[in-house]
Design a protein. Structure first.
Length: 658
């Protein structure tokens, strides 16, 4: 509706209206802008474009020394590239503490663990590009001396290997060997260690070192060259990566440049020996930060490095695009690379660890930026994530909204979500199930203030707040999205920046608290039985002066001694397993089935046979005049404990069944 204003007051009224509109606009903008965490707000308002090497060096000096101290890391090497050039390649700290040898980014080698896979996948894609490998072919097509069993109607394809959707269970037996002379060719090792298939292919990601090693073997079979030779000829030499190798032991010209790897215990750094990795394509690369910068440049330039091309542009683009995701709302798997989303930026890359080293390679394809960092200590696991987040906050900041109040229905959803989960990267058919599922539980709990907390995934708890029903945002330090989704009766959890595996909620009788509680109850009954037998033995000796028994007495006492033997063996077995699974010896249970482990498992099996004897005697003792009702009841209870104990050991595959 139009209205009239007197001419003499027009200017005054216009000033008033304009001022009011400005104030109203400011108020609306402020009201609609989400509150930012202090760190995110500061990052947003201290934006610095990446490009000045000196500023980048200053930034790294503000982050890395603190991380090295906090996580007990003697040495670090970093390289950062942008637009086809190395912005920075820098070493920090010590490569050898005893000799005082400094890290040199262009000459100090690190073991890169699973970052090695990126070169393996690149080699595989080269052969796809040459028409020698079909991504959708059954992997058995390329295996000449053995085959992967057909556990499911669907075959495992080459693409399944690239996206970690083959469905293999995980395991570490034989992947690390004490001496380089113990290493076997892939064609011999792989058929002896075929893992069980626990998921149909192409259904869910389940990270697999075996799958990557199998891909490396396919490279050998198709190319007619050893894996190491092929990588040198087709990737390392074209990219001028002259300080990098998959060979074990290291070539003589590189051996003296290898950094020591360290573990930290009680204030001291312990140097480890060179790790002999059997699944070489999955984790045996040794390289410098500068060499890895060349690899990043080639990938960011879609296969081109100077005049060399390791991939055609179309192949490189295909390698770097998503081909599988556990949930379309989350990052997924490219061919070999996994995706992450940090500060609303898409990253692709891979992390890698050995027992002594940790590394991380991340690319921002849209910005033509790559970051590589290697640590000579396992502490690099946390330090690398902190560095990456700080890097993104500094150069690619984005506000993160703080959601203050729980959404309607949160309590009901949280009650369905809470519980213990296990990763799809797990072991189901061997005793290593203990290490994956019993000793490393993953829990989701409701804190009571509208937040959920995930424990057991990584080194730090993940604090979450619900952004949409079933969709949660991380609030502490790092930016991530977590989605919970029910499939039938199964509750699944998907963590955005961990697209290479998913998490499934366990039934109550599969949780570690249930099993540990059951074992504790059994242990108390076994100890009580042992104490009772000892008291009875002493009383018998005092009363009769000897252990001579008549036949009728022997028959009456025999069930007691069966129970005592079973209880004693089970206590010994529990102590043995506890010591073995907490041993610092890598070859006690983790990378080998030690003779000691076999002996303890055999004792557990003998105890299981004694338990069967107890079941028989549990019916007989009620007919014996010398056994009162209380003794009979106690005996039956002990037999039930023995049964529960043996069944539990069998659940964890801890009985020796030759």
């Amino acid at each position: 509706m139009w209205f009239y204003l007197p001419r003499q007051g027009l200017a005054r009224h216009m000033r008033f209206m304009i001022g009011s509109l400005v104030l109203l606009s400011v108020w609306i903008a402020f009201s609609l802008t989400p509150m930012l965490p202090v760190s995110a707000y500061a990052a947003q308002h201290s934006f610095v474009p990446l490009g000045d090497p000196q500023e980048l060096k200053t930034f790294l000096h503000s982050v890395l020394p603190e991380q090295m101290t906090a996580h007990h890391i003697p040495g670090v090497a970093v390289s950062i590239v942008k637009d086809g050039h190395i912005l920075l390649s820098q070493g920090y700290g010590e490569a050898d503490l005893q000799q005082g040898k400094k890290i040199q980014a262009d000459s100090t080698l690190f073991r890169l663990g699973s970052v090695s896979k990126l070169l393996t996948w690149t080699a595989l894609m080269q052969l796809v590009e040459d028409g020698k490998i079909d991504l959708h072919a059954d992997v058995n097509t390329y295996l000449k001396t053995f085959h992967i069993p057909a556990s499911y109607p669907q075959p495992i394809t080459v693409e399944n290997l690239l996206t970690h959707t083959a469905g293999f269970e995980d395991g570490t037996i034989g992947q690390l060997v004490p001496q380089v002379s113990d290493l076997e060719p892939l064609g011999i090792w792989l058929p002896k260690h075929i893992p069980a298939r626990i998921f149909p292919p192409g259904v869910v990601t389940a990270y697999s070192d075996y799958g990557a090693a199998l891909a490396g073997y396919i490279v050998e079979q198709v190319s007619g060259m050893s894996f190491e030779q092929y990588i040198e000829h087709s990737i390392l030499q074209p990219l001028n990566m002259y300080h990098s190798t998959f060979r074990q032991p290291l070539p003589a010209n590189l051996a003296g440049q290898m950094s020591q790897g360290y573990t930290y215990h009680s204030g001291t750094y312990d140097a480890g020996s060179f790790e002999n990795i059997e699944t070489a394509p999955a984790g045996a690369l040794s390289a410098t930060a500068t060499d890895m910068a060349n690899f990043m440049i080639a990938q960011l330039q879609l296969g081109r490095f100077g005049r060399a091309h390791i991939l055609q542009e179309l192949t490189a683009r295909k390698m770097q695009q998503q081909h599988f995701t556990n949930d379309p709302r989350l990052p997924g798997m490219d061919y070999g690379f996994y995706e992450q989303e940090i500060n609303q930026q898409r990253l692709i890359g891979h992390s890698g660890d050995t027992m002594l080293f940790y590394s991380l390679l991340m690319l921002l394809p849209k910005s033509h930026v790559g970051l590589f960092v290697a640590f000579n200590s396992p502490g690099g696991s946390t330090a690398s994530q902190n560095l990456l987040q700080a890097f993104m906050d500094h150069y690619y900041p984005a506000p993160r909204a703080t959601l203050a109040t729980p959404l309607a229905g949160f309590a009901e959803r949280a009650s369905q979500i809470e519980g213990t989960y296990w990763s799809t990267r797990r072991n189901q058919t061997t005793y290593q199930k203990v290490g994956y599922d019993l000793l490393s539980p993953i829990t989701v709990s409701n804190t009571g203030n509208g937040h959920l907390v995930i424990s057991g995934v990584g080194d730090q708890d993940i604090d979450l707040v619900e952004a949409q029903p079933w969709v949660f945002q991380q609030t502490n330090k790092h930016s991530d999205t977590v989605i919970f989704r029910r499939s039938g009766s199964q509750m699944n959890m998907y963590i955005g920046n961990r697209p290479y595996q998913a998490y499934q909620k366990r039934a109550w009788d599969e949780t570690p608290p249930f099993h540990l509680g059951l074992l504790l109850i059994c242990l108390l009954l076994f100890l009580g039985s042992g104490l009772s037998a000892l008291v009875h033995l002493i009383a018998t000796i005092r009363r009769k002066g000897s252990l001579k028994l008549k036949v009728i007495q022997f028959r009456s006492e025999f069930p007691r001694w069966v129970g005592w033997s079973m209880s004693t063996l089970n206590v010994i077995v529990l102590i043995g397993f506890f010591l073995l699974f907490n041993s610092n010896d890598l070859y006690a249970v983790q990378f080998a089935m030690s003779p000691t482990l076999v002996v303890v498992m055999m004792l557990a099996s003998i105890s299981a046979l004694l338990t069967l004897g107890m079941v028989f005697w549990s019916f007989q003792v009620w007919r014996m005049p010398s056994w009162n009702q209380w003794r009979c009841f106690s005996y039956v209870l002990l037999a039930l404990a023995g049964i529960a104990f043996s069944l539990d050991l069998n659940f964890w595959h801890l009985l020796w069944l030759p």
